[in-house]
Write a protein that binds this ligand. Structure first.
Ligand code: CTP
Length: 400
C-alpha cells in the first residue's frame, strides 16, 4: 500500500474507537491517511488520537477555519484514492444514499467519485430496518462496497448482526482492492449492445419494450474496468456510459444491426444484451396517422427485423459470441435452443419467473450456459455483480 492515499470517514458510533486501529494498519502498510469525522464521531474518539495516529489534521467542519481550504471536501476528494467510512452509522448511510450533504463527511462523500467502502455498525434492529436495508441497496447498486457487519454481542446489550467488521478485515478488503488492478482483458476489443429499440410507426409513435439498458451498461463498465476497449451500441436509454467507453447511440433494430455489424469485424467478443425488436412496422409513416373512423379498428403490419446475433453467428471467425435470453417457460431448454440456433458460445438466461430479475429492476438472477451445455446458476445479485459474473464467464471462454 506504499504511497496509497486513504480518506477515512468516521461517524458517531461506539465502534469509532476501532478507527484508531484501522489507521495504524493503513499507516504500517505504507499508506497515507486523512480523517474526516462527523461531529458525533468525537463523542467516541478524540481528535488528538486521530491526528496523532494519522499524522494529519482531522477535517470535520465545512465552514471551519482550522482547515487549509474552505472547499476542503473537494481538495480532499482529489487527493484520496479510496474513501472508507468506518464505522458507518444508519444516519450517514441514509444521507449518502439520498444525496444529503450537510456536514464534512457527507459533503466529502458526495464529491468523491472513486471507490467508496462503508462498514456499517449499529444496533441489529436498526440494521435490519427496511430504511437502512433500502439505503444499503441503493449504495450497493451504485458500486459502493458494503463491508458487511458481523453477528455477535453489540455494545447496546443486544446480540445480532450490526457489529462492525474488525479493523483487520476492513484493512484486508481495502488492501486487496488497491493492490489488484485487474487488467485481464487488456488489448481485447469487446462489442456490447444495450437497451431497447424503437420501431417507428409514424413521427410520434413507436413500438418499443421495457429494457432500461442497465444490464448492458453495467457490463460495458465491468469489461472496461478489466482493461478491454469497449464499444457500446445502445438503443434509447437513460443510462450514462462511463468515460472511456465508445458509445454509439441508435434507435431502430436496423440501425443497431448496421452499427453492430460494422464493429463486429474487429471485435474479439460480442455481448448482445440489447432487447432488439423482433418485428418492425412494414411502413413507417412520414406524417402522423390521423384517426379517420373512430369505430373502425386499425391494423399495423409487422415484418421481421434482421437477427443481429444469428447473422454474427453465421459470419463469426474467432469472435466469442454471447447472447441473452429472456424466457418465461422451459427456460433452460429454450436458452440452449437459442444458443445452438444462433451459433453462440455463451447465453445468459433471465427468467421472468424469478422475482427481481429481468427488466426494470436493479437486480438480476442469471443462469449462464455455454456451448458444452454446462449450466451455471447464480443467486439474485445487483446488475453490477451479475456483470462481473458474465465477464468472468466471457474471460474463461476467451481463454484469458
Ligand atoms: N437479438 C438480436 N437481433 C434480433 C433479436 C434478438 O441480436 N433481431 C439478440 C438479443 O440481443 C439477445 C438474443 O438475440 O441477445 C435473444 O433474443 P430473444 O429476443 O430472446 O430471442 P429470439 O431469438 O428473438 O426468440 P424469441 O423472441 O422467440 O424468444
Amino acid at each position: 500500500m506504499e504511497g496509497r492515499k486513504i480518506i477515512l470517514g468516521i461517524s458517531g458510533g461506539i465502534a469509532a474507537y476501532k478507527a484508531a486501529f484501522l489507521i495504524r494498519l493503513f499507516k504500517k502498510a505504507g499508506a497515507s491517511v486523512r480523517v474526516v469525522g462527523t461531529t458525533n464521531a468525537f463523542e467516541f474518539i478524540t481528535r488528538v488520537t486521530l491526528e496523532s495516529l494519522s499524522e494529519n489534521k482531522v477535517y470535520d467542519q465545512v465552514f471551519g477555519t482550522q482547515n487549509d481550504y474552505t472547499t476542503e471536501h473537494v481538495a480532499l476528494t482529489d487527493w484520496g484514492d479510496v474513501l472508507v467510512v468506518a464505522p458507518a452509522t444508519a444516519n450517514i448511510l441514509g444521507k449518502f444514499a439520498n444525496g444529503i450533504a450537510d456536514d464534512a463527511l457527507s459533503t466529502t462523500l458526495l464529491a468523491f467519485n472513486k471507490q467508496v467502502f462503508v462498514a456499517p455498525a449499529m444496533n441489529c434492529k436498526m440494521y435490519e430496518h427496511f430504511a437502512v436495508q433500502h439505503n444499503l441497496g441503493i449504495l450497493k447498486n451504485h458500486g459502493v462496497r458494503i463491508i458487511e457487519p458481523a453477528e455477535g454481542f453489540l455494545a447496546c446489550g443486544y446480540e445480532g448482526r450490526g457489529r462492525m467488521e474488525e479493523p483487520e478485515g476492513i484493512f484486508r478488503i481495502v488492501r486487496d482492492y488497491l493492490s489488484v488492478k485487474n487488467e485481464s482483458m487488456h488489448g481485447k476489443h469487446i462489442l456490447v449492445s444495450a437497451g431497447p429499440t424503437h420501431e417507428a410507426i409514424d413521427p410520434v409513435r413507436y413500438i418499443g419494450n421495457h429494457s432500461s439498458g442497465q444490464m448492458g451498461y453495467a457490463l460495458a463498465e465491468e469489461l472496461a474496468g478489466r482493461g478491454a476497449r469497449v464499444t457500446l451500441v445502445s438503443g434509447p436509454s437513460e443510462q450514462i456510459a462511463q468515460a472511456g467507453i465508445q458509445l454509439i447511440k441508435v434507435r431502430t433494430a436496423q440501425e443497431m444491426f448496421d452499427a453492430c455489424m460494422e464493429h463486429f469485424k474487429l471485435a474479439d467478443a460480442v455481448v448482445m444484451a440489447a432487447a432488439v425488436a423482433d418485428y418492425t412496422p412494414e411502413k413507417s409513416h412520414d406524417h402522423k396517422i390521423k384517426k379517420e373512423d373512430k369505430k373502425a379498428s386499425m391494423t399495423i403490419k409487422l415484418i421481421p427485423t434482421k437477427d443481429i446475433l444469428a447473422t454474427m453467428g453465421r459470419k463469426k471467425k474467432a469472435q466469442v459470441l454471447a447472447g441473452f435470453a429472456l424466457e418465461t417457460d422451459n427456460e433452460e431448454a429454450n436458452a440452449i435452443k437459442k444458443l445452438q440456433a444462433k451459433n453462440l458460445d455463451l447465453i445468459v438466461l433471465n427468467s421472468l419467473n424469478d422475482p427481481g430479475a429481468g427488466f426494470s429492476h436493479d437486480t438480476n438472477k442469471i443462469t449462464i450456459i455455454d456451448n458444452k451445455k454446462q449450466i451455471f446458476r447464480y443467486p439474485l445479485k445487483s446488475k453490477k455483480e451479475a456483470a462481473a459474473d458474465i465477464a468472468d464467464a466471457l474471460e474463461k471462454t476467451m481463454g484469458l
